[in-house]
Design a protein around this ligand. Structure first.
Ligand code: MG
Ligand code: MG
Length: 280
């Protein structure tokens, strides 16, 4: 599954085009985070996201993807990923993961965030810890992308970050293995796969020009998942809540540029001592 695949790299010009798609995705997610509130349906969020993406001159990439009917994936509570926007009314205290993809001039961006509906003060302490631990693990994974190293160092860093966070909070987080990160560019899902956990294989070597989506999915219980009868929605088998964070990231000659982060990842990368290296 994780054999040595040929890994495509992008030119600086191509990465700059991907940044345009990434910014649309980042702005759409920011809008979702500012807008979501109790009483809204996930479809209302979805319609707003589509309007925003099209207003930017971009195209939603999830819509129609293998028949998917949303612009977003909206995954609530025990739903891990791929939730279909619809008539579900969001409740105060729900944990929602919002995943968004957009295309600009043929180039893709893909990112996700998790939050508590009604704000952090409405959240269960364990949900807030899960959300933060998952986000931190994503940044740990991004920070592990260094030229010349194994791509699978990302998964080891994600796992170590979650184990440490679990030790601090007295929990054992479940790291979902059924779904992984991926290369991204002229398609949303490309080689290589990027596991969110430590694997034996060495994996591809990170080179300048690599563009990947790093996206840990983490639960408060078991890592086991199943797909609902709608053929899309992935839920935890034990009913535990899950969080999902994702960014599309470029490795440049001098460091990292987080294409779907509005600040390019500057704040989190600099705090971690990782070279922040945007192009253009
Ligand atoms: Mg995604
Ligand atoms: Mg993705």
């Amino acid at each position: 599954m994780f054999g040595r695949s040929r890994v495509e790299t992008k030119t600086p010009d191509q990465i700059l085009r991907m940044r345009r798609a990434g910014l649309v995705v980042g702005q759409t997610l920011q809008l979702m985070a500012q807008t979501v509130r109790p009483g809204m349906t996930t479809r209302q969020l979805d319609e707003l996201a589509e309007e925003h993406i099209r207003g930017c001159g971009a195209t939603p990439s999830f819509l129609g993807y293998h028949g998917f009917t949303g612009t977003l994936c909206t995954s609530v509570n025990d739903e891990v990923v791929h939730g279909i926007p619809g008539s579900r009314v969001l409740q105060e205290g729900d944990l929602i993961s919002i995943d968004c993809g957009a295309i600009v001039d043929g180039w893709h961006g893909d990112a996700a965030l998790s939050l508590v509906v009604g704000g952090r003060e409405a959240g269960r302490p364990e949900d807030l810890e899960l959300i933060d631990a998952t986000e931190d693990s994503m940044w740990a994974g991004i920070a592990a992308l260094a030229v010349g190293e194994s791509l699978y160092a990302v998964g080891a860093a994600v796992e170590d970050s979650l184990v440490e966070a679990g030790e601090r909070s007295g929990r054992e987080y479940g790291i979902v293995e059924d779904y992984v990160g991926h290369g991204i560019g002229t398609a949303m899902h490309m080689d290589p796969q990027v596991p969110n956990y430590r694997v034996r294989e060495k994996g591809p070597t990170v080179r300048s020009g690599l563009t990947v989506a790093i996206e840990p999915m983490v639960t408060l219980g078991s890592a086991d998942t199943r797909v609902l009868e709608d053929d899309w929605t992935v839920v935890t088998t034990d009913g535990s809540r899950a969080a999902h964070w994702e960014n599309s990231v470029a490795v440049t000659d001098d460091g990292i540029w987080v294409l779907t982060a509005l600040d390019g990842g500057r704040e989190r990368l600099e705090a971690a001592g990782v070279p922040f290296a945007p192009l253009g």
